[in-house]
Design a protein around this ligand. Structure first.
Ligand SMILES: CC(C)(COP(=O)(O)OP(=O)(O)OC[C@H]1O[C@@H](n2cnc3c(N)ncnc32)[C@H](O)[C@@H]1OP(=O)(O)O)[C@@H](O)C(=O)NCCC(=O)NCCS
Length: 175
């Protein structure tokens, strides 16, 4: 059961993550299909990696991590975060993933809209941006449905198993 809810939506909400969520996060995020498009490669993920990630994220003042929590079941179904927060420029990069069994239900689209709301209305940030591999059409759809605009392209910038070298697209959203 995740912690406190910070932004409430219809299908999902954003809640703080507590240590007890880590085994579930490890199960969902340990799925190589979920990490495939996240630049983390296909190396195994261990439960201890999640604990280290949690401790680092908890102490990192330039990162804010939320669990994506399903309305009704109160189950954690994914994670959405702001990272590289530049407090002076009021800019942050966003990241997100949803467990494979929950794909295609509009959860990521709503989670990103809640993250945008949190960043602009509660933190007073001025700009959000994201990086996405060109073959990741679902993630591009999530960004575009939330009003993010293409801001650039890094050609043949990342290696993706099954795709080879792929372009990295940069998207931005101004307040
Ligand atoms: C990308 C991801 C977060 C999307 O999560 P989700 O909850 O399934 O997304 P949603 O249901 O909100 O919306 C996905 C949209 O992408 C579209 N989509 C899905 N697969 C697609 C494909 N192969 N081509 C084009 N569009 C696609 C869906 O149709 C939907 O748009 P619609 O509502 O207009 O129909 C999820 O697939 C994921 O966690 N992937 C692995 C991690 C990742 O890639 N994170 C982002 C890194 S930049």
């Amino acid at each position: 059961m995740p912690g406190h809810i910070y932004v409430k939506g219809e299908k999902v909400s954003l809640a703080s993550i507590v240590r007890g969520d880590l085994p579930l996060i490890w199960r969902l995020f340990g799925d190589p299909e979920v990490r495939r498009f996240m630049g983390i490669g296909v190396t195994p993920l261990y439960p201890e990696d999640e604990e280290e990630w949690y401790e680092r994220a908890r102490r990192n003042r330039s990162q804010i991590v939320f669990g994506i929590v399903e309305t009704g079941s109160d189950r954690l179904v994914g994670v959405a975060d702001l990272h590289g927060i530049a407090w002076a420029a009021r800019v942050a990069e966003i990241g997100y993933w949803v467990g494979r069994e929950y794909w295609g239900r509009g959860y990521a689209t709503e989670a990103v809209s809640l993250l945008v709301q949190y960043a602009f209305e509660m933190l007073g940030l001025e700009k959000l941006w994201a990086r996405v591999y060109e073959p990741n059409r679902a993630s591009i759809a999530v960004l575009e449905k939330n009003g993010f605009q293409p801001a650039g392209r890094l050609k043949r910038h990342a290696y993706l198993p099954g795709h080879g070298l792929v372009d990295v697209l940069v998207y931005e959203l101004l307040r």
